[in-house]
Design a protein around this ligand. Structure first.
Ligand code: XMP
Length: 510
């Protein structure tokens, strides 16, 4: 399959380049900046993109690719740091900008550029750089200039070299997608129309080959990723796939039943449902710290899953729904970021179980997994569900998790989701859920004073969960949800709506 390679120099936007290209139906992969040339060539790429990055080309430890990439006969596009690198290699002049440019800038596109074809006049672009190219190397033509006459783009079409100082992959750059399309389709001559489904046959064959007749265990979580991975694997190996679903006791209303209905009743898979709720709730008794809750649930999950998996004879492989962003994270040059919340639900599984991993979704982004799921005829309610954290409702019952509190929250959550779905808002939201606050307040019901719990509604829009904004739900929908919760859920007399974005808040309350 044709592809474009993206070399990662540590920019926070590298993934975005990949997502934009894939959105254009151009298959691409991200490799670390120092990937050996042989590895690149073994993929028969049609072109290479050098990402941005936080370094200066003059830093001692500046990341540098193998210089051979410029002479492999493939078109190369340098973005930001990638442009400065190209300029340096070809003898241009790169130096510190008078001031760090960050945010929107305006530039003027000059005539005759191949890369900027169809992008004329002045455009707004997203900048994020400390260095800049002061003089273009010999043989390069400047194709765009910023207001202060700085060089914003340059190219040398004879050598297949193109560069931009700004970030075409960032949404705020006008015609940014057009620029990436010009590079991939016009310059690299990428003609295929890639879709996630074009991986189907290949993925199925790969799983079959790896499993080599042995049994594969799959931990179905109820989420989109493990569901799609399971359907793919089942296509490859049929009932050599053994699915295990652990009821942790902190699931939402209907989660367990839906898994049974879809995977066992409808698809006919081998699915073992393990009810470990008593064990989980017992261990959570008296625990109030969010991180302790996460750890207990993480360890207990591994323990229960491991015990079940050991009962399966001949099990040699573990199927996991790892997605491309996690794979990129592990190959990229970024440093470790601060741990705000430890997400480690099944991370310890493969190590503990000493099994080989099969990860059929490791080259896909989330939206592509949904697309793939659709082509596999997985029901929409499974594909379109909101992300649900491994520690489940335990981190949405603030303070101690007791069966009574869980029941309250589960019921309120069910009502909220019902109303949001009925109003047609479910698919417009990244996550919508209820949180049970550990405070009671005074209310009046009928003629009586009440002193009961508060439910907070949390609805956010987001692309990847890294940042989020609160959803502007219509007031009458909020009113309906609130009225139903206080009248139908015994023990709740107040409902509030969370109007904080992330950052500074997080999506979950714990
Ligand atoms: P926060 O609350 O950190 O959440 O803004 C970002 C996204 O991650 C989910 N989340 C978790 N997922 N284990 C998970 O598998 C966890 O411990 C966990 N904590 C938060 C959250 O639901 C949101 O989608």
């Amino acid at each position: 399959m044709d592809q474009i390679l993206i070399l990662d120099f540590g920019s926070q936007y590298t993934q975005l380049i990949a997502r934009r290209l894939r959105g254009l139906r151009v298959y691409c992969e991200i490799l670390p900046f120092n990937a050996p040339v042989e590895e690149m060539l073994s993929r028969s790429p049609k072109g290479i993109i050098l990402s941005g990055g936080p370094s200066s080309v003059y830093d001692k430890a500046a990341p540098k690719p193998d210089p051979a990439i410029f002479t492999m006969g493939l078109p190369v596009l340098g973005v930001c740091y990638g442009m400065q690198l190209m300029a340096q290699v070809y003898g241009g002049n790169v130096s510190k900008a008078a001031k760090r440019e960050y945010g929107l800038g305006r530039l003027k596109v000059l005539k005759g550029s191949r890369l900027l074809k169809g992008v004329s006049g002045g455009i707004n672009v997203w900048m994020s750089h400390g260095d800049e190219v002061k003089r273009a190397p010999r043989g390069f033509r400047v194709t765009a200039r910023a207001a202060g006459s700085d060089i914003s783009a340059m190219e040398s079409p004879e050598r297949g070299l193109y560069a931009v100082q700004f970030h075409p992959e960032v949404h705020h750059t006008e015609k940014g997608t057009k620029i990436l399309e010009n590079f991939a389709r016009g310059i690299c001559r990428y003609t295929e129309r890639w879709t996630p489904a074009s991986f189907l046959a290949e993925s199925v064959a790969e799983i079959k080959k790896r499993a080599a007749g042995k049994t594969v265990i799959c931990g179905l979580s109820g989420g989109v990723d493990s569901s799609v991975a399971a359907v793919l694997a089942h296509k490859a190996i049929g009932n050599k796939l053994r699915c295990i679903f652990v009821d942790t006791g902190v699931l939402r209303h209907g989660d367990r039943e839906r898994m049974k209905e879809v995977f066992r009743d409808k698809f006919g898979y081998s699915l073992k449902i393990v009810d470990a709720s008593a064990l989980f709730l017992g261990r959570l008794k008296g625990v109030t710290s969010p991180e302790r809750k996460r750890k207990i649930i993480g360890h207990t999950f591994i323990e229960v899953f491991d015990k079940e998996a050991r009962k399966v004879r001949d099990a040699a492989w573990l199927l996991q729904g790892t997605l491309y962003p996690d794979v990129i994270e592990s190959v990229s040059v970024k440093g470790p970021s601060a741990v705000i919340k430890s997400h480690h639900n099944v991370g310890g599984l493969p190590k503990k179980m000493n099994m080989g991993l099969i990860e059929p979704l490791r080259y896909f982004f989330k939206d592509e997994v949904r697309e793939l799921g659709r082509s596999l005829k997985i029901p929409e309610p499974v594909l379109m569900q909101h992300p649900f954290p491994g520690p489940g409702l335990a981190i949405r019952v603030l303070g101690e998790v007791t069966p009574d509190r869980l029941k309250l929250l589960r019921e309120a959550d069910r009502l909220m989701r019902e109303e949001i779905q009925a109003a047609g808002w479910y698919s417009k939201i990244w996550q919508a859920f209820c949180v049970l606050l550990p405070v009671r307040s005074v209310g009046v019901m009928g003629d009586e004073r009440s002193y009961e719990y508060t439910i907070a509604l949390r609805c956010v829009s987001s692309v990847d969960g890294m940042t989020a904004d609160w959803s502007r739900l219509p007031h009458d929908l909020l009113q309906k949800i609130s009225a139903r919760i206080v009248s139908e859920v015994r023990g709740v007399n107040r409902v509030v709506y969370d109007i904080t974005s992330k950052p500074p808040a997080t999506i979950e309350w714990e």
